[in-house]
Design a protein around this ligand. Structure first.
Ligand SMILES: *[C@@H]1O[C@H](CO)[C@@H](O)[C@H](O)[C@H]1NC(C)=O
Ligand SMILES: *[C@@H]1O[C@H](CO)[C@@H](O)[C@H](O)[C@H]1NC(C)=O
Ligand SMILES: *[C@@H]1O[C@H](CO)[C@@H](O)[C@H](O)[C@H]1NC(C)=O
Ligand SMILES: *[C@@H]1O[C@H](CO)[C@@H](O)[C@H](O)[C@H]1NC(C)=O
Length: 387
């Protein structure tokens, strides 16, 4: 351990000298810019300091980790194999979903895993828009791939937006810890790229693109992404969206016709992907996750090739059993959280959604309510016929 600290200290010091030299070289072109060179040197040295500390933290957190060494089809047998900084390939886990479908609950479970970097709202700057094809799809995919490769240099537009919304980086605990210690470099692409490249586990939650668009990530062999599509009962989705101000100005968020059409398209894509990528693609319904969180989460970790860390069990123990806090909180009684719509929607509203969503509800295994009293007590989920 101590050897490593010295080693990384020397590496860090060496790179700092090199960067100072680069900075000074750069600044000598223009004598008027000496002060800016000073700023540059202090920024780069602050970045290096944060990165060197994070590297040590991750090294310590990984001491008891059992490297896959062939398990889960992952050959990595030491930390360097999994970190981009050392030309390794991290374990990349992705969930694709839509607004208010349980993806925050899903994602937060994974942040309990030490050594994990969480790309929380990677397409935030696209606004409340569904991405179904050109022209947005190619830019979106380009950004997603850049983030999964920890290349932030081309993501200024994203960073400009994220800067105003601190909750986005707050969802990534190790990053947020560094941001609090070093606010001036938090949104600096040089810091973010280096920081991200230290982490052996990369997790990303994607809203906005349909599965048809997002599946591109599975085709990229180099990234080695494993992807889960998270579905939810449209009645639960609408009940939850009804009270969200971010939703109120967007048809993509409010119109049942659009959601239902996307659910049909996502279903057809999912059936296809299960054949095409049987070991790297999987479907899960939010309701199933909530009813059996321990079992489902264990299966998910296995699928993603992640070991089930004790901190994850602890997270489930404290986050799935009672209901406290506001609508965005992930502390809840997970067994009832997905079903609040049964008591909070009028039967009239339920009927309208069921009319619009008749086909996708059948595909995804959601049972229609027949009248108001039935709605309050029936079991709304059944098996999915083809998934
Ligand atoms: C994991 O749990 C331990 C013990 O409670 C705690 O000290 C540590 O900070 C946790 N690690 C992470 C990354 O949350
Ligand atoms: C961020 O907030 C500042 C100050 O409120 C505002 O001027 C700017 O336009 C915002 N940027 C974006 C991208 O929303
Ligand atoms: C491992 O990869 C091979 C080839 O891609 C695949 O056929 C197999 O199902 C995978 N096994 C697991 C456990 O992911
Ligand atoms: C509601 O539907 C259930 C199940 O079909 C039925 O048994 C019940 O009589 C209905 N109630 C009313 C008030 O129509």
């Amino acid at each position: 351990m101590f050897d490593r600290v010295i080693f990384y200290g020397l590496v860090g010091f060496g790179s700092l000298c090199f960067m100072i030299w680069l900075g000074v070289e750069g600044s000598q072109k223009n004598a008027g810019e000496v002060e800016r060179a000073d700023d540059l040197i202090s920024t780069l040295s602050e970045i290096q300091q944060a990165i060197d500390l994070q590297r040590i933290i991750i090294h310590d957190e990984m001491i008891n980790y059992q490297y896959p060494n062939g398990r889960y089809n992952i050959s990595a047998n030491k930390l360097e194999d999994l970190v981009i900084e050392e030309n390794g390939n991290p374990i990349r886990s992705v969930v694709v979903s839509t607004w208010r479908s349980g993806s925050t609950f899903f994602g937060d479970i994974f942040t309990a895993r030490p050594g994990l970097f969480y790309h929380f709202e990677p397409l935030y700057d696209f606004g409340i828009k569904k991405i179904r094809g050109p022209p947005l799809a190619s830019q979106a995919l380009e950004n997603l791939k850049a983030l999964l490769s920890c290349e932030y240099a081309s993501l200024d537009h994203y960073l400009e937006h994220v800067k105003n919304e601190s909750w986005i980086f707050r969802s990534n605990p190790p990053l947020w810890t560094q941001c609090q210690a070093h606010p001036s470099i938090c949104y600096d692409h040089r810091f973010l790229s280096k920081m991200c490249k230290l982490f052996p586990f990369q997790f990303m939650k994607i809203l906005r693109p349909t599965l048809q668009i997002a599946q591109e990530l599975l085709a990229d062999k180099k990234l080695g992404v494993r992807l889960v599509f998270l579905a939810r009962d449209p009645r639960g989705v609408f009940q939850s969206r009804k009270h969200r101000s971010f939703c109120q100005k967007s048809l993509d968020c409010l119109d049942p016709n659009l959601l239902c059409a996307d659910m049909v398209s996502d279903y057809n894509t999912a059936v296809e992907l299960q054949k095409k990528y049987p070991s790297t693609f999987r479907v899960l319904r939010y309701e199933d996750l909530s009813l059996e969180p321990y079992k489902r989460v264990e299966e998910l970790f296995e699928f993603y090739g992640l070991d089930f860390h004790p901190n994850v069990t602890k997270y489930l123990d404290t986050h799935t059993k009672n209901d406290v806090g506001n609508a965005y909180t992930t502390y809840r009684d997970s067994k009832t959280a997905p079903f609040h719509w049964r008591t909070e929607l009028e039967f009239k509203e339920v009927e309208e959604i069921q009319r619009n969503c008749f086909v996708p509800m059948k595909y995804w295994g959601y049972v229609p309510a027949v009248n108001a009293s039935h709605q309050r007590e029936f079991n709304p989920i059944t098996n999915m016929p083809h998934l």
